[in-house]
Design a protein around this ligand. Sequence first.
Ligand SMILES: [Cu+2]
Length: 211
Amino acid sequence: MRACCCAALLWSTATAAAVVEVSIVDQGNKPLADAVIVLQPAAASRVRTKAQRAVIEQIDREFNPFVSVVQTGTTVALPNRDPLLHHVFSFSKAKTFEIKLYRGEAPRDVLFDEPGVVALGCNIHDWMEGYVLVVDSPYHAKTGSQGNARVANLPAGEYQVWFWHPHQRKPPQQQTLRVLQNDKRQLTTRFEIEKRTRREKPPLQADNYAG
Ligand SMILES: [Cu+2]
């Protein structure tokens, strides 16, 4: 079944710095969570910021958050909050790693030093999936349950704007936006992505706690 997603992009700048507010819905016109907007500065190859650290927990046999968007150079902690073992791995080109069976804090953080999509999985629980979108820009945001996201404090300049969702089937549409000092424009745009159904988590069984 073909699915699509539409976004209304509201572009406004009250002062020299701009703000982008985005609303994303799915093919049923329902708000779409876990979609990402990235504004890539056209001028700089990479925007350097100080080292950052993010956390992706394993809770109730799921990755939480389901989607993380981080800037290149971010380290991520992967604590297991469940009373059972997880075995977290990625085969993704942007980051390949494996942390074998553990509970509690992971034995090490993982450095995400290349841009791209990193798909997380668990060797024990096939349905577990999580994603890290690694980007070369500090200007990014992820939609919440209402399908809204906001990027603030954008300096004037030119940006490549693109969107991403882990279940899309088409590459994100991009557009170029130029922001001037004291720019008060409003821009609305629409786009389509495709969405697939997530794998279902089976009921918790007593033997899930084995090991
Ligand atoms: Cu697991």
